[in-house]
Design a protein around this ligand. Structure first.
Ligand code: SF4
Length: 416
């Protein structure tokens, strides 16, 4: 896909490395800690865990003086650039800058005094610290009567269901940008979040037409992972597929580690980032299944995440219907039959094992294939042979005739 051209900002220092956002940089993943920043040990542990999962930046809330006091110690013990999330209190921004934070998130609308905002801008300029100007639907501060203002602004987007809201958010961003421009500051990234994916798509599309600053995408208050993932993928995936977005944060009412995992998977699927770790393909199962595939897939997923660093494509398939096709395209694959699994490495059959041995053998083949790739003895994604599916009534013992004859054993998920 063609990315929208933007300016580029750089977040970090010599110690953390510099994370580039916008321009020709890959889309950056970020998240936010869920614990208290003043609890230094817990905060450091959480940041390091999120960084290990693949978060390029980690944001922390600094609502109190004791949070910014803790920041210096936290920054010393972490290796990823840290963003301070500031609301209401400009002093927190100044303290965070003094503590060595790498980026500030600021909503100028909730800081009363222009001079206070100017002091934050000047301090950031002095230290070359970028600022994200964040406008959330729920936190827009409207000094005029909000309903009247919405009607007034809605005229600019007449006929659009969310026109008033988009107009309000875009206008707010313009007002805030004026403050920064008057100060000669353009080390800026912009966000405009809503909990409504349709609003997110429309407002970022509008912003991307008006400004060339890098965009931080997010659906705010997306809810628990089960539904929040859908909201986020609908909005962020649509924008990214249209070339809009330079850094993303998925927001779940859940452990932020899932935000990082899901953000990365979305970027991998869209081809916005080089995959890190194995790619797992698995069938959804159907009435042909004769092994406990759901349990097997979950076990394979966990082990691959722990043990495989290269982007090896692994397929776990339930039967001969789609198994051979997927096995052919995967680096390592298993397709199951009547309580057995046939394992392939780049299309070459290497084993036929009973169900209890499938997991161990499949992982052994993945580890061995990874070692070969590292030694230059194998290449990722290389198809060596064409697999001819076995006779359905042959060695795997599955197939239509068996199903028709009522010989297929029912499998209960989780059964050993
Ligand atoms: S691979 Fe086989 S078991 Fe899995 S969904 Fe397809 S037909 Fe069903």
């Amino acid at each position: 896909m063609t990315r929208r051209p933007t300016r580029q900002i750089s977040v970090g220092d010599d110690r953390t490395g510099r994370v580039r956002i916008g321009g020709d940089a890959p889309v950056v993943v970020q998240t936010m800690t869920a614990g208290y920043t003043y609890d230094v040990d817990a905060c450091v542990a959480e940041i390091n865990r999120l960084a290990a999962a693949g978060s390029d930046l980690v944001r922390v809330a600094v609502p109190q003086r004791k949070d910014t006091t803790a920041l210096r110690e936290i920054i010393d013990q972490t290796t990823v650039p840290i963003v301070a999330d500031v609301h209401f209190h400009y002093q927190r921004a100044l303290e965070a800058i003094e503590a060595g934070v790498h980026k500030i998130r600021l909503n100028p609308g909730n800081i009363d005094d222009r001079d206070q905002v100017n002091r934050v801008i000047d301090a950031c300029r002095e230290r070359r610290i970028p600022i994200r100007i964040g406008v959330n639907e729920g936190s827009i501060v409207e000094r005029k009567d909000k309903q009247a203002r919405m009607r007034e602004l809605g005229k600019f987007f007449s006929g659009h269901k969310h026109g008033h809201l988009i107009a309000l958010m875009v206008t707010k961003i313009e007002e805030y940008l004026d403050i920064f421009h008057e100060r000669g500051f353009d080390d800026i990234c912009i966000s405009a979040k809503s909990m409504n994916p349709a609003v997110v798509i429309d407002v970022y599309t509008e912003i991307s037409r008006r400004f060339d600053y890098p965009l931080h995408l997010g659906v705010t208050h997306a809810g628990p992972r089960e539904t929040g993932a859908i909201r986020s993928v609908v909005a962020l995936g649509t924008l990214l597929a249209n070339g809009i977005g330079d850094t993303i944060r998925i927001s779940y009412a859940s452990d932020p580690i899932y935000e990082v995992e899901d953000a990365l998977e979305m970027l991998y699927c869209l081809g916005c980032r080089e995959r890190r770790g194995a790619e797992l393909i698995a069938c959804p199962t159907c009435g042909r299944i004769q092994v406990d595939l759901f349990t097997l897939v979950q076990e394979v997923r966990k082990k691959l995440a722990d043990e495989i660093e290269l982007p090896i494509k692994v397929a776990v398939m339930g039967c001969v219907v789609n198994g051979p096709g997927e096995a052919e395209g995967a680096d390592v694959a298993v397709f199951a039959g009547d309580r057995r699994g046939i394992i392939y490495v780049q299309g070459e059959r290497v084993a036929n094992v009973p169900e209890p041995e499938i997991l161990d053998r499949l992982l052994k083949e993945c580890r061995s294939f990874q070692a070969k790739v590292r030694n230059g003895e194998a290449t990722l994604g290389e198809k060596k042979v064409q697999i001819i599916p076995p006779d359905p009534l042959g060695e795997l013992g599955s197939g239509q005739e068996k199903i028709a004859a009522g010989q297929v054993e029912q499998v209960t998920v989780g059964r050993t």
